[in-house]
Design a protein around this ligand. Structure first.
Ligand code: ZN
Length: 275
């Protein structure tokens, strides 16, 4: 598997943002990225059925869609990826692996488990991008992201819900620490300005980011590690459930397809001069 995924690493990276791009053209896409657990009372994880069919019976499609479906969707995409391995379809394997990685990553972000997803209800607007983008952009060189071997997951439902439950457990700290540190910084110290391309943008200052990052005591790193581990475990599980196809063969075929595409482009180009 390592050979196949390494060979296609740039494709996976490129496609890993596709689910976010699809949000603008597919109305079904949005809810797949989050779940507002606070919409389901004081003990949502005890309330919500792990299985989609039971959840539909209990809450109905529109309620579930409104509050997000990420844990159920991870399980669905796991099924799609298993099918792609069964079909030995390299293109689908890559596309769906990238999709699954995206949803697993989202499921580990505490702010993807609440209706207060951007701190808009607690006067902390901007905290979403702060936690999930600004902090790793500044500090991820310090992270150890090697998580060891992928392992087979017996119960994918449990694994998906565990990820969401653990993300939700960290939510209080995400919000409370930001509020605490904001007390310690004047607004002019909390933010600074950076030039990006030909624009000047307001960002959380380095000092504020560092203080928050320290107070979180490695949370972003832990969540990244947990995401990486679960993505690897799920890819591996899909491969096993998909009959353990020989992936090296797929790399070779893939190269042949690319070569054929290039050849046909050259022929077309030669004969018509456009298209
Ligand atoms: Zn997303």
């Amino acid at each position: 598997m390592i050979g196949f995924y390494k060979h296609h690493m740039s494709t996976i990276i490129e496609r890993s943002v596709n689910p976010d791009k699809r949000r603008y053209i597919n109305e079904n896409e949005g809810p797949r990225h989050f779940i507002d657990l606070d919409a389901y009372g004081s003990d949502p994880l005890a309330q919500l059925p792990e299985k989609w069919q039971e959840a539909i019976e209990q809450y109905g499609d529109s309620t579930l869609t409104e509050h997000g479906i990420v844990p159920w969707h991870m399980v669905r995409v796991k099924y799609y990826l298993t099918q792609a391995f069964l079909n030995q379809d390299a293109d689908q394997i890559l596309k769906i692996s990238a999709d699954l990685g995206h949803y697993v990553g989202d499921a580990h972000v505490p702010l993807h488990t609440t209706s207060n997803y951007n701190g808009q209800k607690t006067n902390q607007r901007g905290i979403h991008g702060f936690w999930e983008s600004r902090l790793p952009e500044l500090f991820d060189q310090q992270y150890d992201l090697f998580v060891g071997k992928a392992e087979y997951i017996e119960n994918v439902n449990d694994a998906a819900w565990n990820a969401v439950a653990n993300a939700h457990l960290a939510l209080d700290s995400v919000l409370i620490f930001e509020a605490q540190i904001s007390q310690e910084f004047s607004p002019t110290k909390k933010y600074s300005f950076e030039v990006r391309g030909n624009q000047t943008v307001k960002v959380y200052s380095y000092e504020f980011s560092e203080a928050y990052h320290q107070r979180l005591q490695g949370m972003v790193e832990r969540k990244m590690r947990a995401s990486i581990k679960l993505i690897a475990d799920l890819w591996f599980t899909c491969w096993v459930d998909g009959g353990q196809p020989t992936l090296n063969k797929l790399i070779l075929e893939d190269n042949k397809i690319i070569k054929r595409r290039i050849d046909s482009l050259l022929i077309r180009d030669g004969s018509h001069g456009r298209n």
